[in-house]
Design a protein around this ligand. Structure first.
Ligand SMILES: CC(=O)SCCNC(=O)CCNC(=O)[C@H](O)C(C)(C)COP(=O)(O)OP(=O)(O)OC[C@H]1O[C@@H](n2cnc3c(N)ncnc32)[C@H](O)[C@@H]1OP(=O)(O)O
Length: 389
């Protein structure tokens, strides 16, 4: 690949009553440009990831980024959407503009504001990323969709409640060290494992601690082509990327396989000329703990049906052989849909630059993998990043 991340910015994720989509995107856009040490006038193209689907009354939001700086006026700007992988869709779109020679510098922003939406509507909005004729009435919103997946997994491979609680506890613990995370509480295994008034069942075998958060937030990246990146202070290179889109209806697929995830990882690792064991860490899409469990298998960490081994044997802990979600993941950091994929790239770039917050920084982080997923393994994006300077 011939492009790098040369600057980034990230708001804390959380519930922000005084912020708007506009205030969030303009803030991170300016901060990312300042971080890269470039002027808004140097930007050739802007890509905004914003899912929306009813969360914000304002649609048609690409132009809001221009309000960060008058020098952004009249630049090409486009909003992209690919469900919960919207952020990575924006990043990969920016990379395509660079690969096509149409841009040397691209400003990528991801945003979502979800918490102003009443609880009953949140599930309905999120279900727009399912196949409506089959899953549009699912009780519990997207948690209901993944609750069905978890039930089928338990039926086929046995009860995985311990493994799911271990994943939840790991990601919550990791989130404590991340100042950008929405929830910085070390709940521990026992709390995540037991049903309680504070941790009720939400859908099928999934409890509250098995679910990602409902969040507001934004993140931004400045991408540059190889030549331009040479003159920048920091440069985190894209060693490889891959995007595999699958059928939307779950009835057309074996939903326990996450085949699109497997294909995206295989393509990216092959392009990067590395194997999974070469990665120093992975940020993966833990929208629900069962998703992280199945992703262990889909990325090739364990055989099918044995994902639990990766967490029970400590492989994916921060000091394990492949730390997964050292940022706290969507579980603790939060999941403002359109911002999530951009955030995963920011967290990975920080680790590789040795600039992650204290306590979150991994030792010797040399190669980072990202898997961002839209829908139930429908939009599958992998990036493999490495520090170039
Ligand atoms: C492919 C994809 O990415 S699909 C994923 C799309 N995203 C989703 O589906 C979001 C899933 N999550 C949710 O819908 C919600 O977080 C739910 C349903 C799990 C919980 O929401 P609610 O029941 O409304 O919880 P509510 O907001 O009232 O908060 C109650 C308490 O639980 C806590 N809480 C809320 N959500 C979570 C969570 N996901 N994990 C842990 N604690 C939580 C709150 O902090 C609060 O704690 P407090 O009482 O100590 O203040």
């Amino acid at each position: 690949m011939t492009a790098s991340i040369v600057g980034w910015a990230h708001t804390p994720f959380g519930k922000f009553d005084t912020e708007t989509v506009e205030s969030l995107v303009t803030r991170v856009a300016n901060e990312a440009l300042a971080d890269a040490g470039i002027s808004a006038g140097d930007v050739d193209e802007i890509v905004l990831g914003h899912f929306n689907a009813g969360f914000s009354p304002q649609d048609f939001t690409a132009s809001l980024v221009l309000q960060a700086d008058p020098k952004l006026r009249f630049k090409p700007a486009t909003r992209v959407e690919n469900a919960c992988a919207t952020g990575s869709a924006a990043v990969h779109q920016g990379l395509r503009a660079i690969a096509a020679g149409a841009a040397k510098i691209v400003l990528v922003v991801g945003v979502e504001q979800m918490t102003r939406t009443p609880s009953a509507e949140i599930g309905k909005n999120l279900l727009k990323a399912s196949y409506l004729p089959e899953d549009g009435d699912t009780v519990g919103g997207f948690a209901g969709v993944f609750g069905k997946i978890a039930s089928s997994y338990f039926q086929k491979y046995g009860d995985q409640s311990d493994a799911l609680a271990l994943i939840a506890a790991k990601n919550h613990k990791n989130g404590v060290a991340n100042p950008f995370a929405q929830m910085r509480k070390d709940f521990g295994f026992d709390f995540c494992r037991a049903e309680s008034e504070k941790n009720p069942y939400v859908a099928g075998p999934l409890k509250r601690t098995d679910c990602s958060l409902v969040s507001d937030g934004a993140a931004a990246l400045v991408l540059a082509d190889a030549e331009t990146a040479k003159g920048m202070t920091k440069s985190i290179g894209f060693r490889a990327t891959a995007h595999a889109q699958d059928f939307l209806p779950m009835s057309k697929r074996d939903i326990l396989q996450f085949e699109g995830c497997t294909v995206a990882w295989q393509r990216a690792l092959e392009k990067a000329g590395v194997t999974l064991s070469d990665l120093s860490f992975v940020e993966t899409h833990d929208c629900f703990t069962v998703a992280e469990l199945i992703e262990y298998e889909a990325m090739g960490l364990t055989p099918k049906g044995q994902g639990a081994r990766a967490i029970k044997e400590g492989w994916t802990l921060k000091d394990g052989k492949l730390p997964v979600n050292p940022s706290g993941g969507l579980k603790a950091k939060g999941h403002p849909i359109g911002a999530t994929g951009v955030s995963m790239h920011v967290m990975t770039a920080m680790q590789l630059a040795g600039q992650a917050p204290e306590g979150m920084q991994l030792k010797n982080a040399k190669l980072g993998g990202i898997f961002n997923m839209g829908g139930a393994a429908v939009a599958n994006y992998v990036s493999v990043l490495e520090p170039l300077k």
